[in-house]
Each structure stands twice: as structure tokens, then as C-alpha cells.
Design a protein around this ligand. Sequence first.
Ligand code: NAD
Length: 456
Amino acid sequence: MPTASPARKSSASKPAAAKGGKPGKESDHPIFSELGFPVDPNNLYRQTVGSMLQAADLMDLPHHLKIILAQPKNEIMVNFPVKMDDGTYRLFKGYRVQHNNALGPFKGGLRFHHDVHLDDVKSLAFLMTMKCSLVGVPYGGGKGGIKVDPYKHSKSEMERIVRRFTTAIAHQIGPDYDIPAPDVGSNAQHMAWIADTYSFLSEVGGHQPEAVITGKPVEFGGSLGREKATGQGVVDTLVEMLPEVGVEIKSCKFSVLGFGNVGSWTGKILQDKGAKMIATMDHTGAIRNDGGIDAHQLAEHVRKTGGVAGFKGATRIDKDEFYKTKVDVFVPAALEQMIQEPEAQLLNCKVVAEGANAPTTPAGERVLEARGIEVLPAILCNSGGVTVSYFEWVQNKTCQQWELNDVDRELNKHMIAAAKRTRDARKKYKCNLRTAAYIAALERLASAYSVRGIFP
Ligand code: NAD
């Protein structure tokens, strides 16, 4: 599915998050100058690490852990040439950032998008470390990507781009070291080409080389339930957390920003539980139907046409109307930094369930908090994807194929446990859910570091 540029590009000149206040300290933490962070307060990496540092301060995390976690362990950048269908050559840039592996191998998706930057990849890798720790899977965090618009290339060009990128990073990944997965713009077919290229290069057929990557097609080592896993995890989190804000899932109304993998599966599963999708927006436009938009039919329309525009079961609306639509739950499931102050002012909901990574800026979050809107943070809400990726990896390593019921049941256990850890931290530290989720994640990392020590 084609994706437009992240919202921040059009709003780079927006004012910085206010200094001081709540939650505002993330914009000027002393560790930023100690480590030479980018000074732009709209920088995604600065914002995501800033939120973590706020939690780290509150729980009194030792300084050495703050600096270790504020920077990735490895930042890999590669440039590689690929022959196009017309015989010309183009040079592509790829990234793999390995943030932390204190809890296990680096783990995280590969984004194929024309607007991927190193700092975005660093943020997403950092979030993976936090997410894996919170949801209790034995992984660290990584992320990667290629600066490419996958929808502007033929299948054969994409195959050469993906295989050549795999070759460029093959020595830096591995089933026990760094295990990529899909993200925006990449899909199961791309994962299959990566697994095939890696197994050819590593010449270790027989040692489950396909475990080097997750999100593969089911017929080539993929897990049942992986495709829907992130959406399923969003819904599992909502089922667990909504009673606290007095919303019943059966009668709940919701809207979804981004109707790709995460958005469409969240929509379909919520609808199957009795909830009603009132509005949605993607890069092709926004639509609304107060009587409910059928998420299954819409997903089929998107598969055929590439976007939500033109769907017969709803009326086209403009962007502001989309954000203003009254719902119980708003699910951002597109790109980063799309909920800034103006969008946060427009939202008319009780809960924001972050399906996307880092969709809410600190300034946007302050507005939501002041308006009494509860935010279920991404590291909790969208951790279903990496959890089922872990199940896929376990199945590959042990030559098993789990039933879908088993995958869903185990996923639900992880999601409920992560929600409970987050709630417990909120109670103990009297903070918002984002800070609580970071504290719960940091507690596990801090325990690991205290027994491992730091070499030498
Ligand atoms: P996707 O490419 O399948 O879907 C992205 C959606 O965002 C599309 O509907 C696209 O139209 C929409 N979009 C892009 N730019 C937009 C714009 N400017 N305005 C409105 N809509 C826009 O990607 P995905 O896999 O669903 O990922 C979505 C988010 O969820 C990302 O932040 C990703 O990192 C995160 N995430 C994905 C997974 C996963 O398993 N796929 C897991 C965890 C987190």
C-alpha cells in the first residue's frame, strides 16, 4: 500500500514542546547535551528517548543505564547499486540499527519508504528494545529500512533491491543475533526473499536459516496469526484496559487513522467483537458513516484499489472532520508524529490506542492529557506483532507449526501481562500510562544489567 510522507515534514516548523511542565521535561534533558543529541525538538529520536528519560528519572534509573539506552549499540548504513528493468543502475541507501541486546537478539522491522532517515530508524529500534522488554519476549531492539518507494518499482526490481540489501547486511544479521521483520512498505514476500538470500549466503541449510527473519509467508516458515498479530494485540489491550475508562467494547465506536496492516486488522477484529467503525483516513482520503463502515468490505476495497477513497459504504469527509468525529476510541495506525497539537485539539474521543509507533508528539500528548483523553502507549498497544514474531522464531527453531488458537491464546497472555505491568507501574509511580509502560520496560532491563554487569 502506498504511503505518504510522515506528517512531521509539513509541520517541521511547528513550535517545540514546552519546557518544564508535564509531560514536557523530555525536550531538554541534560543527557541530550551529554550525548550530543540533535537539537531540533521536533526530531523524532529526541522525542522518543525524551519520554523514556522522563520515566527513567521518575524511577531513579542509574545514570549509566540512561546513557546506554539513550544511544543504539550499532548504526549500520549501506549504499548498494541495483539494475532496473530498463537496464540502468540506481544506488539505494539502506539502514540497520541495533539498539540493544541485553535481553536477547536484536529484533525489529524493515521499513521500505522513500522518506526513511537514520534518526527515524534509531527511534524505532529504541522503541523495539522497550516493547520487547515490556511484553516479555527474549529480544532486544533493532530496526532497519531502505530508502525506496516500493510502489514505484516492478516486482522484479523490488526482488533485486531486497536481495541486494540482504547481501549488504548479511554479516550483521542472523537467527541468533539480529532478526528483522516487516514494517511499513514491506511484506511477507519481501521477508521470503530475505530468508532465501540469507540461507543461500550463509550456506547453513539445516540450521533453520529462515529463522533470520519473521513475518514470512506461512508456506515458508511463517506463523499462523502473524499477519493480524499487531491488530489483535491492539484489541487485546483495549479489551483489558477499556473497562477502566467505562467503555464497553461491544457498544464502542471507533475511528482508525491508516488502514494498512495494523489499521485494517484492528478494525476487522474490533468489528467482530461488536464495535462500530465510524470513520477512517489513509493517504488517499478520509471517509465516514455514522451507521458504521464495514471493515471487512473496506479491507477488500483497499486491497483492490490501494486506498479507502471511493469506498461505496461511506461518505468522503475532510481531514479536520475526520479528527473531529465523535468516537470512544481513536486508533492511530499510520506513521509517526501525526497527532500533534492541532490534531489533539480536534480529537473527540475517550481513548487513543496507539497502533502506530510514536504517533503522538509530546506536545500532542500534553493536549490530550489536559483534555482527559487516555493514551494507551504504542510500546504496550502494538507489541502483538513482535510477540507473534517471537512465536514464529520459536516454531522455526523447534521445527513446529502451532495452531492459530494456540498463537492467539499465547499472544493474549503476553498482552494481559504487559497491561498489568503497566497498570502496576502507574499505581506505584502515579504517572500516565506512557511513563508507566516505560518504567515497566526499564525495570526488566535494569534487572538484566544488574546481574549481567557491564563487560569488562
Ligand atoms: P502499512 O504500510 O500496512 O499501512 C500504513 C497506513 O498508513 C496505510 O493505510 C497508509 O495509507 C497510511 N498512511 C500513510 N501516510 C499517511 C498520511 N499522511 N495520512 C494518512 N494515512 C497515511 O503499515 P503497517 O504495517 O500497518 O504499520 C503502521 C504503523 O504501525 C507503523 O507505525 C508501524 O511501524 C507500526 N507497527 C506495525 C507493525 C506490524 O506488524 N506491521 C507492528 C508494530 C507497529
